[in-house]
Design a protein. Sequence first.
Length: 392
Amino acid sequence: MLRVNGTSRILLQCQRSSFIRYQSTASTKGTKSKGTGIMFMNMGGPSTVKETHDFLFRLFSDGDLIPFGRFQNLIATFISKVRTPKIEKYYQAIGGGSPIRKWSEYQAKIACERLDKISPNTAPHHPYVAFRYANPLTGDTLAKMLDDGITRAVAFTQYPQFSYSTTASSINDLYRWSKKLDKNNQIEWSVIDRWPKHPCLTKTFAKHIKEALSKYDESVRDKVVVLFSAHSLPMEIINRGDSYPAEVASTVYSVMEELKFSNPYRLVWQSQVGPKPWLGGKTDAISNKLTDLDKIPGIVLVPIAFTSDHIETLHELDIELKEELKNPEKYARAESLNGDLEFCEGLADLVKDHLESGEYYSKQLPLDYTLGSIPDSDVFAHPSEFFGKKQK
């Protein structure tokens, strides 16, 4: 038997003490890592007027959204500089900034609170918000998740209808940041990459449309035209085979099914930027034409591709469009989803179904990347290269 002298005994005690401290730290980290992180992904918007320039620069720098090729940064610098003063005035007019962060954080909070109740096996659920072009940016949110010890997370797109230019852009941003910050794959990711017909979406929109229609006299209410307005996209993206137009149309049809096709309706497109061809017909042109007709008693605008208010609803639809109309009294807008409790709790049901399915991504996503990805854009060729990857 080996004898332990005084010095050795002291060293052993120090080692034992260090081991106990390590166990305590590891235990704490293990506790923090239990549960599931839910990342609400969206384009975002400047919460304050002074953030407008940076928001615009990031937006026009995104080749997945508006592809300018090798001149991307140069054009983004020019456009953001020119447009900032004008767009700042828009944000001042709607209260000094975009409310999208407020609503996104609220929706994520309510959804995770309900998830803790209905999905105890994956609890606790931690809400996070990650924006593509505004604070909190994807990289900052990912850094916080890693610091919080998250090891399982769901990337939950808040674009209900998939487009490579929106949902995939956010996914690509998460992938690029993960390569920098999470090289050992601490977080195992799955993704909800589309949900165009989920009941929480269609039922809530139908409810809000009914509320807007109630503003019209009952004798003409069923003749009011419901105009579903979605953010347009460049035809360059659509012509690659992007699924966005079809998925937006599926949402529209599902909402009208909820309404039992009570009114005539159309799908129109808003927010075109630049000289290139974009998806039409345009929201403003169709709205003007319909409100000019005596036989049309009114129109209800529905922002069908947005889950919360931001500049495209609060300024483009509520101020700009209304000012253009010769008969603005014939115009009403359905309230956005925002803080509707039925919608927020429905998001939890959607996430629960996703977690129980065991799927890391939809069957459509590989095809989306086959058709939509741009060469040399630093993205994966197949979603399996990122989603479902476990810690090394």
